[in-house]
Design a protein around this ligand. Sequence first.
Ligand SMILES: Cc1cc2nc3c(=O)[nH]c(=O)nc-3n(C[C@H](O)[C@H](O)[C@H](O)COP(=O)(O)OP(=O)(O)OC[C@H]3O[C@@H](n4cnc5c(N)ncnc54)[C@H](O)[C@@H]3O)c2cc1C
Length: 507
Amino acid sequence: MKTERVLPDVSEADVVLIGAGIMSATLGMMLKLLQPDLRITVLERLDEAAAESSDAWNNAGTGHAAFCELNYTPEKADGSIETAKAISISESFEISRQFWSYLIQENQVNLSNSFIKSIPHMSFVWGDDNVNYLRKRHAALTACHLFEGMEYSEDVEVLKSWMPLVMEGRDLLEKVAATRMELGTDVNFGALTRCMLEQLGKMEGVNLYFGYDVRKLRQRPDNRWSVRIRHRETHTKHKVRGSFVFIGAGGGSLPLLLKSGIPEGNGFGGFPVSGQWLKCINPAVIEQHHAKVYGKASVGSPPMSVPHLDTRFINGKRELLFGPYAGFTTKFLKNGSFFDLPLSLKVNNLHPMLAAGIKNIPLTQYLIDQVRQSPDERVEALRHYYPEARSEDWELEVAGQRVQVIKKDPKHGGVLEFGTEIVSGANGSLAALLGASPGASTAVSIMINLLHRCFPVKMQSAAWQQKMKQMIPSYGESLADDPVLLRKVRSWTSEVLGLQNIVDSKV
Ligand SMILES: Cc1cc2nc3c(=O)[nH]c(=O)nc-3n(C[C@H](O)[C@H](O)[C@H](O)COP(=O)(O)OP(=O)(O)OC[C@H]3O[C@@H](n4cnc5c(N)ncnc54)[C@H](O)[C@@H]3O)c2cc1C
């Protein structure tokens, strides 16, 4: 999607969305459905939507529902498994599924259900300790109906049928085990984002501008925000005034939050982590794998660099990716500048950044080691998951950029976080989204949270409550507490999105 629209020197809006990724698209769509008369301006520095982290090739496309991601279920000191985070992420993904189904069913987007596909989610481990962990994890998760249907096996023949590429040629001196969840999905978040923005662009009162870089934000005496913009090619300067600003600029959010001057942003810093994939170019190999197989992160590595061998569906084509290999760069965006990190250092975040840096030297070392990996070492890492991999079948692709949140901490001075953080201030007139995990899969829940924070009165109104319930039938109720409701919404979303539904097949 491209728009050639020219931004006036000065313009007015109710809502200004900075960045054309999945977060702004989701928020814009929700706001416009909640209040159709809102004037919304979307500002994007690149020439098209979803060209950073939200693009299909820049992320793993996993519909994160905590079926296969072992980092969401850590082992506690007493040996039991922590499931709270997994349950919350799983529920959030069901909320996203409902919103997407609503958009399709109500013809709110010109989107076919092919942006999301069923693909089994599996976790695969080797070694006694890891096998014990996976067995306990399976028992702990299947106690909750969100994980109903998850299978567990240590039987080599069963595992061969689930994941032939992973098992062929494997040295079976160590025990192996896997779980399998048929309900897993692969999502093309880029296609979804572009469809939502295309639809938004057609709506009365919505303007999308591409090629415009937001440079500064200033709150005016009348409490409205003045957003200062420069066109990236012509260097013309523009202003958009808005009552509410969302900084949904992905890796670019932190510098803009710091520029906004809201006290709530003080002390925040960012630590960029880049990523790379090995992409399979041999169709015969691609055809043999039908799963997303997640392993355990190696010691010292950040949680998002858990290796996985992933079937993908991108632009109607089946693909196979392995990774991500993490790396270090000072850029905050894939299309960013090497000055991003140094320029983000401010008096108020220097101490938290240094404190977090000192505490995370093993992580920095890990990232440097990853950057220095040779092509042969990368294929060697792949062979842990696909023992018979041949280097000539794979090529290296650059993934999206993540900026992990560093924030003040009374005890340690500063801490590095791997989640997502909404920072809001100025009486809810400005909010920024920092961090990138679990990411796009939970965009709808993140935006509902933001709406509660920034539009508390309207969110309590009968009109908005009713609309929320229409868009997300489980809104206000807990899917983790209500198995009947979960079955009902899962059946509905599976049907609209054309997905596998275990509940139906069991009845
Ligand atoms: C390697 C990797 C793997 C991932 N895997 C998954 C996964 O499997 N499942 C999942 O759910 N999530 C995954 N994620 C996370 C997910 O991709 C992100 O959470 C999500 O795409 C973030 O969306 P966003 O809209 O915040 O940011 P983005 O998609 O990055 O969009 C931000 C936009 O803002 C624009 N922008 C930046 N600065 C400015 C400025 N100053 N002025 C105007 N515009 C600006 C950018 O150009 C960009 O278009 C992954 C991320 C990475 C990097």
